[in-house]
Write a protein that binds this ligand. Structure first.
Ligand code: VGL
Ligand code: ZN
Length: 206
């Protein structure tokens, strides 16, 4: 088994004080840092995704004219309108400063016309570099953490499962947006139903 740690979107805009702040997100940083240490000790790859939008990204309420948090349609695909976030090259798009260094960064969401919650594919099915990278390193098992449980973590986990990876989701290494209060729990149930193992970092054996 070749394992990798995949850290989803732990960027300033999703952390406390950011434009799309996920409440209590700072709690996950020490958990993730411990995992980074463990994976590095074993020479397992540590990969992070970044939501990486141009300033005219059409998931932004300000660009598409929708209301923040409401559901609309973008090029025929259901789309929630978000505040401007993770704009390429801005401080909000940087990884949280307390996060330990990672080996590789995968960018997603750069096409202004299409959103990309998953680290593997955009909503229209365009692949990122993630699968190629994992294939090159013969990774078959992913430990996934990050933000947000109910969006980018969820879609990344579901795509990883469809692609045939064994997936562990470290629950205390994730935090959700929870536009509805149960969204994160529902997301975790769905990931579990599709085959992910959900576990706390204390139970993790690598
Ligand atoms: C995300 C909303 C919009 C996420 C990204 O990283 O979960 N959520 N863009
Ligand atoms: Zn985004």
């Amino acid at each position: 088994m070749n394992k990798a740690l995949l850290i989803v979107d732990v960027q300033n805009d999703f952390c406390e004080g950011g434009s799309l702040e996920v409440k209590n997100s700072s709690n996950i940083i020490p958990v993730i840092n411990k995992l980074i240490d463990k994976f590095k000790q074993r020479s397992y790859p540590v990969i992070a995704t970044k939501d990486w939008h141009p300033s005219n990204h059409r998931s932004f309420a300000s660009v598409s004219g929708g209301k923040i948090g409401e559901l609309g349609v973008l090029n025929g695909i259901p789309q929630i309108w978000w505040p401007d976030h993770c704009i390429q090259g801005t401080p909000g798009a940087e990884l949280h400063p307390d996060l330990k260094p990672v080996d590789t960064i995968i960018h997603k969401g750069s096409d202004p016309e299409v959103d990309s919650y998953s680290g593997f594919f955009s909503a229209s099915g365009q692949p990122t570099n993630l699968e190629d990278l994992l294939k090159k390193q013969e990774i078959d098992t992913l430990y996934i953490v990050g933000l947000a449980t109910d969006y980018c973590v969820k879609f990344t986990v579901l795509d990883a499962l469809s692609l045939g990876y064994k997936v562990f989701v470290v629950k205390d290494g994730c935090q959700g947006v929870n536009l509805n209060s149960e969204d994160s729990e529902l997301a975790l149930s769905k990931m579990k139903k599709k085959g992910a193992v959900i576990l706390p970092s204390t139970k993790l054996e690598i």
